[in-house]
Design a protein around this ligand. Structure first.
Ligand SMILES: Cc1cc2nc3c(=O)[nH]c(=O)nc-3n(C[C@H](O)[C@H](O)[C@H](O)COP(=O)(O)O)c2cc1C
Length: 273
């Protein structure tokens, strides 16, 4: 097992506190997460997909409604099409398994229809949020499970650039949309991915009540740490986290077509009342 102090140092760029609790393998897996964007084409061992789905189904789900599903894509042609729709992300083509996580109100709607009930509540934004959160929790459990098996992953929000086309390719019924994809495969050892430092806890952890302006010092400190990380990793990201993040949200163009998400979701059957 890796040394907890070393793991914390990679996660924050410095050792933020003394881990006094008894460390374990689960914590090691969580703290060593890093997105992988270069993969070997090696197939996954039999049973991997089913194990990842069992982990996903072990996540909490709002009222046990289980308003999510996942499409496992292994067909090279389908991965190619999804890769193009997600902004030509090469790793989608490389991985043996591309999982598309769905917020799924169709199954509940179907069950309710069969029982002769109405399903008015499904038309509200709240149900959309419930399904999106359910899908996200399930996906993250699968991600941690994959990483615990030595696999690499990267989420692909890029598939929300073209939700209607993705729905068509995956044959999604109304009231289902693809929240994000997840690449799963063996990391290419020749292109190792590093653990990316996160904001200091002083920025994200609030005790009793929320404080905004008090985060300034922690953000400034993080900017120094992440700039150093960008340089070390030769990441070609100009400026620091504040600059990079500000540019990411400065214009509607930076949403890559997702500014139309509400209307596309309407067309996919989500009323969002
Ligand atoms: C919902 C979601 C969508 C993401 N979409 C993409 C994507 O389309 N392409 C990509 O390369 N990385 C994507 N990422 C990965 C993030 O860029 C990455 O998690 C972040 O930079 C932190 O790096 P780390 O995961 O290595 O710690 C996504 C992450 C999340 C949570």
């Amino acid at each position: 097992m890796s040394n907890p102090t070393e793991l914390l140092k990679s996660r924050y760029g410095e050792v933020p506190f003394n881990p006094e609790i008894a460390w374990n393998e689960s914590l090691t897996t969580l703290l060593t997460h890093r997105s992988v964007r270069s993969y070997l084409s090696d197939p996954l061992p039999p049973g991997t997909l089913e194990t990842l789905v069992a982990a996903a189904q072990s996540a909490s789900t709002s009222s046990n409604l289980q308003t999510w599903s996942v499409v496992a894509v292994e067909d090279p042609q389908r991965k190619e099409e999804l890769s193009k729709l997600a902004g030509n992300q090469a790793h989608i083509r490389q991985v043996p398994l591309f999982l598309v996580w769905l917020a799924d109100l169709a199954r509940l709607s179907y069950v309710t229809d069969n029982r002769g009930f109405s399903h008015d509540a499904l038309d509200y934004l709240e149900s959309f949020v419930v399904a999106t959160v359910d899908a996200t929790l399930a996906a993250q459990n699968a991600t941690v499970a994959a990483e615990s098996l030595g696999l690499g992953t990267v989420y692909i929000g890029g598939i929300r650039n073209h939700p209607a086309e993705v729905a068509q390719i995956l044959n999604l019924p109304p009231s289902v949309y693809a929240v994000f994809g997840l690449c799963v495969g063996y990391p290419n050892p020749e292109v190792p991915a590093a653990v990316k430092p996160r904001l200091p806890q002083e920025a994200v952890l609030h005790r009793e009540t929320y404080k905004l302006t008090e985060q300034e010092e922690a953000i400034a400190h993080y900017n120094d740490i992440i700039k150093e990380f960008y340089t070390q990793q030769k990441m070609n990201i100009p400026g620091d986290w504040s600059e990079h993040s500000s540019k990411r949200v400065a214009t509607v163009q930076s949403l890559n077509g997702r500014d139309r998400l509400r209307e596309v979701l309407h067309s996919l059957g989500f009323q969002l009342r």
